[in-house]
Each structure stands twice: as C-alpha cells, then as structure tokens.
Design a protein. Structure first.
Length: 486
C-alpha cells in the first residue's frame, strides 16, 4: 500500500504526518525551543585556559562561553591505558586557538554548554568516529555470533582509505549491505563537509547541526512504498532536496511541492485529537504510536517494525464526545427474559454454553433473583458475576464536566494555543486581505505572545504584511480564542 508523507514547517515548529489510504497513521511534532544544541559541531575559539581547573572556556557564538574539560580533549586521552602521565591542558590549548568542538551537553541555567573535541556523527545504522579506528558493536546486541558477523560485514564494506571508526547500532541487525554502504557514504560526506567548513569559515561558525525532524523522517521512514513527500514551503522543499542529494538512499524522486498554507490540517478534519483524547474540538486523528524518528546515539529511542493502525480494531468510547455533532455508538446486548447479560460476555469466536447448561442457569437465575447481580456459568465451572447500576454515582450527582477541558482531564498548553493561532493567522492571510488582525484570547496566551513568543508573532506580521493586535478576554479559558479580521 502506498504511503504519503506531509511536512509542515514553520519557524516555531515542524509537523510531519504519515498518511496511508487517506488516514493519518503517525504524527510527529518538533518544536524549535526543544531541539537543543547537543550534537552540533562548531569552530570554537579559546577564550581562557584555566590550569587550576584543567579546563578552558570556548567561544562558539552563543550567549555564554562553553566549557571544555581536559578529559574531553581527544589528544589528552590518546595515552590512556599506558604509563605516560596525562598532558596538562595548558600544553594543549592556548588563548585565541581555533579548534573543532562538539556539544555534548546543552546549557543549563547560568552554565554554558559542555564541549568535546572527539567528534561523533550519528547515522541511521552507524555512528561515525572519524578520530578513532575502533569498530564497536551496540551492547544491546548480546549474541557474540551476531556481533562478529556485523563486524566482519562492516569491515568488508569500508573503503580502503578509511581511517575512522564506527559503532554498529541495533538497527543494523536487519539492514542489508546496501543500507550499510549508503550509511557509510552519507557519514563520510558529512565529515568531509565539516572539515571543509573548518578550513574556510571564520571562528565561532556552526559546522554541523543535528538533523531536524523533517530530515530524520526522510532518512528513517522513506521506503519503497512511499508514493509522495509533500512540503508546503518551497524554501524548505529545496533544502530537503539538497539533503537527499547527500543521502543517496533517501532520494526524493517522488517528492512534490504542496501549495496550500498547511499540508496537514485538511487531513485532520473530523478525526480524534491525539494530543488531547476525549474531545472532538479541532483537528483530530487516532492515537499516536510510540515510534519516533531517531535523533541520537541511544538505540532505545527506536522500535523495530512499522506501525499500522487498523480501523477494524478501533474501539469507540461508550459516551458521547462533548462538542461533536456525531455520536459514538456503544456496543449493546439485547436482554432476554430470565437472563442477566453483560456487555463483555458475547464476543466473536466465544464458545457458548450448551443448551442444557444455559437452561440450568436460566432456572437458577429465576429461582434466586438478585438485586443488581447477574450470574453465568462458564465452561470451566466458574460463575461470572456482574453488577447492575441501580442509581447514579456520587461523581455524577456532585460533579459536572470541566468547562475548560470538557471532561477529558487535561488542556492544551498556552504555547500550543499560540502556535495554533499563528497557523490560523497565516491561513486567513492567504484567503483574505484585511487591514488588521486582532487576536482575542485568555490572559495566559496573550502574556506568552507578549514575552517568549513575541519574536514569532513579529516575524509572522512582517511576513504577511499586516498589523496584529492582542486583546485579553477574561471569560475565555486557556484553549479558547478568536481571530477577528478588521
């Protein structure tokens, strides 16, 4: 069955949907604020060397200088396992020195990022160590025979001039030689681009950035059954085509440009919301699977196989969804005189009791009537009992559904609502030509627009060329908002 991939990229977040036969199978979201810096490679400049702490501060172009300890310097670790004493950091680094470093820990609070001079580049099945000639196998591959087989396969595929090392990940267990060779070629090209940038770019430049969500999806999810890859932005479409040229196995020969303002929203209409189950407001789809595009060296973040949601196994809620025009019909059982029924007793493929035994149950039920209790003799001679509700529960008597969350027990965050408003503004700007847009929202959402999300709001205003104003509505809950065209 053919599969389609829809990619929606905005400055604040990226959304990717995998479509199979017109239904959303998977949804992945990555926000710019949560990407972090770990894995990025910079051309750093030594600001200060501290011999007493055996560390140095490196300028990589961020707000705060990054931290480099002598234990994270590759040259200082080359004598490990020998009787040679470690080289002090003042003999390895000096003020003003330019060197290639990689972020291994994101900045926290007032502390800058932590760096290392040992570079590692993660691929789908391999991790490339250009400064080390060792070939390692993931510890999660426990059988020694499989470990040795993977090591021999990799050594046969390596080019004759290869001086770096590799770590074989668990994904390589089911990979073909073609897949491994493609990953090797991609990693070597990436490292050559890093070295070329180190020779030509000025200090504090970013040489390599960890793949974003759209690139990871193309690397990990595109296969022979992928029919189209649709992107709603020409600029980002060209970037993905360029990425496909570096990664030959993931060539985008079938990619097509999606011209609408949003490539994902039209497919969502009328389906359940995966982020906030139990509500029918807004775009909705089925439950999210736990498969994520890989982005680091941890093999635990990946699951084998591909997820397929089948409609025939879906079970609808037994209660009406608030706010929706449609009703979910609960499975019902028609009761017969003299018999007590339970919704779970009659299923497809269940072996019913013989007629004589069923008659005995009916006689017993009629002879010994119970208030709200039903009995059924099972095949093993056990009795299954069920309770029949005779009155409303205390929760139904004393409580009512929350007007903000509609009874689902959770609400979308203020940041999520801000991003929904930004997408709505972009859609409206493509259809209409008002003089000004006014946003009516809750206090929490407006405060976030005025503070942390002010840059994204200003960027969108400049992009559409319209004025955007904010107005607080005290009666609105956190998820409620209106966009007024003036």
């Amino acid at each position: 069955m053919n599969e389609d991939i829809l990619i929606n990229i905005t400055p604040q977040e990226t959304r990717v949907a995998l479509i199979l036969q017109g239904a959303v199978q998977e949804l992945h979201i990555e926000r710019t604020l949560t990407r972090g810096l770990a894995g990025n490679v910079y051309l750093g400049k030594v600001v200060r060397v501290l011999p007493g702490m055996q560390s140095a501060f490196i300028d990589i172009g961020l707000e705060r200088a990054a931290f480099l300890h002598v234990a994270d310097i590759w040259e200082a670790r080359s004598h490990e396992g020998t009787n040679v004493p470690p080289t002090p950091i003042e003999k390895l680094l000096f003020d003003g020195q330019v060197l290639t470093v990689q972020v291994i820990k994101d900045p926290i609070g007032s502390k800058g990022a932590r760096l290392s001079t040992q570079i590692s580049i993660a691929g789908r099945m391999l991790v490339y160590l250009p400064q080390d000639s060792h070939i390692g196998i993931s510890q999660k591959i426990e059988k020694e025979s499989e470990r040795e087989l993977l090591r021999n396969r990799l050594q046969e595929l390596l080019p004759a001039d290869e001086k770096g090392g590799y770590i074989v990940r668990t994904m390589a267990e089911e990979a073909s030689d073609t897949d491994l060779a493609s990953d090797i070629d991609y990693l070597r090209k990436t490292w050559n681009a890093i070295m070329e940038g180190a020779r030509t770019r000025p200090a504090t430049s970013l040489l390599y950035q960890d793949l974003n969500l759209a690139q990871r999806v193309l690397r990990d999810f595109v296969h022979d059954e992928t029919a189209t890859i649709q992107v709603d932005s020409r600029e980002n479409y060209l970037k993905l085509v360029e990425f496909a040229g570096v990664h030959p196995k993931r060539a985008l020969a079938s990619a097509s440009l999606h011209g609408r303002a949003s490539a994902i929203r039209p497919v969502w209409r009328g389906r359940r919301n995966p982020a906030c189950p139990g509500t029918a407001r807004g775009p909705q789809i089925g439950r999210l699977p736990d498969r994520r595009p890989d982005r680091g060296h941890d093999d635990d973040r990946r699951e084998h196989g591909r997820f397929r949601r089948r409609a025939q196994f879906r079970r609808h809620d037994l209660q009406d969804q608030p706010g929706s025009g449609a009703r979910h019909r609960a499975p019902t059982t028609v009761a017969q005189p003299g018999r007590h029924h339970h919704p779970r007793l009659h299923r497809h493929g269940e072996q019913r009791a013989p007629p004589c035994r069923a008659g005995r149950v009916e006689e017993d039920a009629g002879a010994r009537p119970h208030q709200g209790v039903g009995e059924r003799l099972l095949g093993a001679g056990l009795v299954e009992m069920t309770r029949k509700r005779t009155r409303e529960s205390l929760a139904h008597i004393l409580c009512e559904p929350c007007p903000a969350c509609a009874g689902k027990g959770q609400v979308k965050t203020s940041r999520t609502i801000c991003y929904e408003i930004l997408r709505e503004l972009l859609r409206e700007a493509k259809q209409f030509n008002p003089r000004e847009f006014r946003i009516l929202a809750s206090q929490e959402v407006v405060d976030l627009f005025l503070e942390e999300e002010s840059q994204h709001l200003a960027m969108l205003g400049d992009f559409i060329g319209k004025k955007i104003s904010l107005q607080v509505e005290k009666g609105y809950h956190q998820e409620q908002y209106d966009v007024i065209l003036m």
